[in-house]
Write a protein that binds this ligand. Structure first.
Ligand code: MSP
Length: 704
């Protein structure tokens, strides 16, 4: 039996972040669980290196496209090694690159086959035509009218709904794939193989998309527009559409169209694959890819499994543009790899979106790993060292001691605990098999809680004081150690390093990674064997310390200065000694790139629409007004504004204003100011002019 699992191959235009790492972690976990069962497994990840997007990124960076790809790939390799996902650490079997010559060969082979093929309706699968329309370089996707935002000014190009970037107008000769002829064939597949697209909610989405009617797909670009791509066989004026080339990587990697790869890996041996993808690229995998394979006469993949996306702690999409991505360097520096793996699998209900924040990661690591599994392991092993001479204690309580054991509150029937753990194993494996990692881990942690409970109830430290209770003590610690052996086998695919560590500390040789979890039998932990050296598995993370380190590393100080300056400057120069205002954007242009802020820095400022409910002067402070502003929250905000010399309080009532809502509250003249009103500053004296709206806006609406 063999098994083949793939991640998407990632665009080689930019460096990876947590989102990319996530799919690799899931694939790695699945691959390890298969290998653990003795199944020969092939795990593919890699990079998608062609197309206009990479060409442009390279140009921007002053590199050739290949140099750009090499640069990104070297980072990927460094990171996958650091996260234990590469071949040397038992992770992927191939880091696939679409610039490999064998890939060119395989892709050309499939193109040729499609070019000769007839569609289910008897037409040519590939034909030459003219493409007229819009294309998003970042999505590498042609966009129809309902997939883009119309421009605000006439004549400007529309923008991508996902990336917010301008689309490219394309009007050129192109080869087309006759996708419109494949709708029925695809629907039949989804219906006959309900597991082909998973989970069900995604399958339904795909089906309704296909039922809505498919349009033919342009699968080439003129070489003069996109030169960085695989040449179309027998027509060198065209390069292949990057998705056509990219999807085929899954089969060229294992030998389709190339003898050498075929010998080294084996297409027949491993195909069909389980494809893991983010829901963002499901359509390509569940619609286009099977259609290409049908045309080429190649067997379809086993399944396409779409996972949700990681959002930031506020529920916003993670993106480079927003600057709220979780960077791999930061993760690597501050967190154990296994804690990251555990968090990813525990926190995201597979298929749904999840939220990822450093604080959440620290909390979970501390509660589930440091206090949970890690603590169970270290307390058990320490007590074995202390009370049992560092040897695995004896399991059975002799007849004459049973009553005593019962009196101390210990369940003398060992099958209670072994039955519990056997049932948990079944549930765990079942959930795991259905890729419900989060549920599976909950089940595993019910074992941790149960064993913890057994120890706390039995109080081994008291039993140790009584010679008559030696056997009871031994039995309790044996159960705990045996449960740990089981847990290290079950959890190995999720946390390979930590489980290996627990295994070794239990005094076991070899690896839990080669024990089939279904074969675990209670009581096989050998008595009297010496345990290993006891070391902490998951040290507790000092949240304050790590968070302040992370904040210092991730928040550019320039951004903080910008916000602070704006804040201090506004309420009136007499109240605080404001530092000089920062450069305006136009000046920044002249001073150079270092003065720019990222869009993500801007996104940190929470600007809200507010409405002034009341405004009054403050005694002895001629420049300040005390405002009550409704910013759409339960209570209005109290905000001080240094505008009293220029605005009559009455005239401000009901006025819509812009409020900096996430400004640290501070006291001025004994009043707390919970935000700041945004105003332009005019002339030498800095006359404030309050920013407002000319259209209807609800209170609390966010400015972006
Ligand atoms: N190159 C294409 C894929 C071609 S496959 C034949 C591509 N690349 S990508 O670099 O944009 O990577 C997309 C994939 O990265 C997603 O499908 C998902 O697997 C992963 N993720 C990127 N951001 C993510 C999140 N925020 N959350 C979870 N996964 C995310 O599309």
């Amino acid at each position: 039996m063999t098994f083949y699992v793939t991640t998407p191959i990632y665009y080689a235009n930019s460096l990876p972040h947590l989102g990319h790492l996530y799919t690799m972690i899931v694939a790695d976990t699945i691959a390890r669980s298969k290998r653990q069962k003795g199944i020969e497994t092939y795990f593919l990840t890699g990079t998608d290196e062609h197309g206009i997007n990479i060409e442009r990124a390279a140009q921007k960076a002053g590199r050739t496209p290949k140099e750009q790809a090499d640069y990104v790939v070297s980072y990927y390799k460094k990171m996958t090694a650091a996260f234990g996902l590469d071949t040397a650490h038992g992770g992927y079997d191939i880091f696939m690159r679409t610039t490999e010559p064998f890939h060119y060969q395989g892709v050309s082979e499939l193109w040729r086959r499609c070019a000769k093929a007839k569609t289910p309706k008897g037409n040519e699968a590939i034909y030459k035509g003219h493409y007229e329309g819009w294309f998003c370089a970042a999505c590498a996707e042609y966009k129809t009218e309902d997939e883009y935002r119309k421009p605000a000014t006439e004549g400007a190009p529309p923008t991508c709904l996902i990336h917010d970037t301008e689309l490219d107008r394309i009007s050129e000769d192109s080869y087309f794939f006759r996708l419109s002829d494949y709708g029925e064939a695809l629907l039949a597949i989804y219906e006959n193989q309900p597991d082909f697209v998973r989970p069900d909610s995604r399958r339904n989405e795909v089906m309704s998309f296909v039922r809505g009617g498919l349009q033919d797909l342009a699968i080439s670009r003129l070489k003069t527009s996109v030169s960085w791509g695989v040449p179309v066989p027998d027509d060198p004026d065209h390069t292949m559409y990057v998705w056509f080339d990219a999807l085929i990587n899954y089969i060229t990697a294992i030998g389709f169209g190339n003898e050498e790869r075929q010998k080294a890996v084996g297409f027949e041996k491993f195909w069909p694959a389980l494809h893991l993808v983010g829901k963002d690229i499901l359509r390509f995998h569940a619609v286009y890819w099977p259609a290409f394979l049908l045309a080429g006469g190649v067997q379809l993949p086993k399944a396409i499994v779409a996972h949700g996306m990681w959002l930031d702690p506020n529920g916003r999409k993670m993106s480079k543009t927003l600057g709220n991505t979780i960077e791999l360097d930061v993760l690597e520096k501050h967190f154990p790899v296994d804690a990251i793996r555990y968090f990813c699998l525990r926190e995201m209900v597979f298929g749904q979106d999840g939220r990822f924040g450093y604080e959440g990661l620290i909390d979970r690591t501390n509660s589930d790993l440091a206090n949970g599994l890690g603590n169970l392991s270290s307390r058990t092993l320490k007590m074995i060292s202390l009370y049992c001479d560092g040897r695995i204690p004896t399991r059975h309580i002799s007849e004459d001691k049973i009553l005593l054991a019962k009196r101390s509150g210990v369940d003398t029937d060992e099958t209670t605990v072994s039955g519990f753990i056997e049932l948990a194993r079944e549930q765990y494996l079942q959930q795991f098999e259905s890729l419900n990692f989060s549920r599976a881990l909950e089940v595993a942690w019910s074992v941790v809680a149960r064993i913890d409970g057994i120890i706390s109830d039995a109080k081994p430290w008291n039993l140790a004081k009584d010679d008559e209770q030696k056997q009871t003590l031994a039995a309790v610690l044996y159960r705990s150690a045996e449960a740990l052996r089981w847990l290290s086998v079950l959890l190995f695919p999720v946390m390979p390093q930590a489980c290996q560590e627990i295994w070794t500390q239990l005094g076991l040789s070899g690896s839990p990674g080669s024990i089939e979890p279904g074969q675990l039998t209670w009581g096989q932990l050998e008595e009297a064997k010496a345990i290993g050296e006891v070391r902490p598995i998951f040290p507790r993370i000092d949240k304050n310390k790590i968070m302040s380190e992370i904040n210092n590393e991730t928040e550019p100080s320039a951004a903080r200065a910008t916000v602070a300056d704006a804040v201090e400057g506004a309420p009136g120069k007499t109240e605080t000694q404001a530092p000089p205002p920062t450069q305006h954007a136009t000046e920044a242009d002249a001073v150079g790139v270092t003065s720019f802020i990222e869009i993500g820095d801007f996104a940190k400022v929470d600007l809200r629409v507010g409405q002034v409910l009341s405004a009054e002067r403050i005694p002895k402070a001629d420049k300040l007004l005390l405002l009550k502003i409704d910013v759409g929250e339960e209570q209005p905000r109290q905000v001080l504004a240094g505008i009293a010399e220029y605005y009559e309080p009455e005239k401000l009532i009901d006025r819509k204003v812009v409020v900096v809502a996430n400004l640290k509250p501070r006291k001025l003249r004994g009043y707390e100011s919970q935000g700041m009103v945004v105003a332009a500053s005019i002339g030498e004296e800095g006359r404030p002019v309050i920013a407002t709206f000319t259209e209807e806006v609800p209170n609390g609406a966010r400015l972006k």
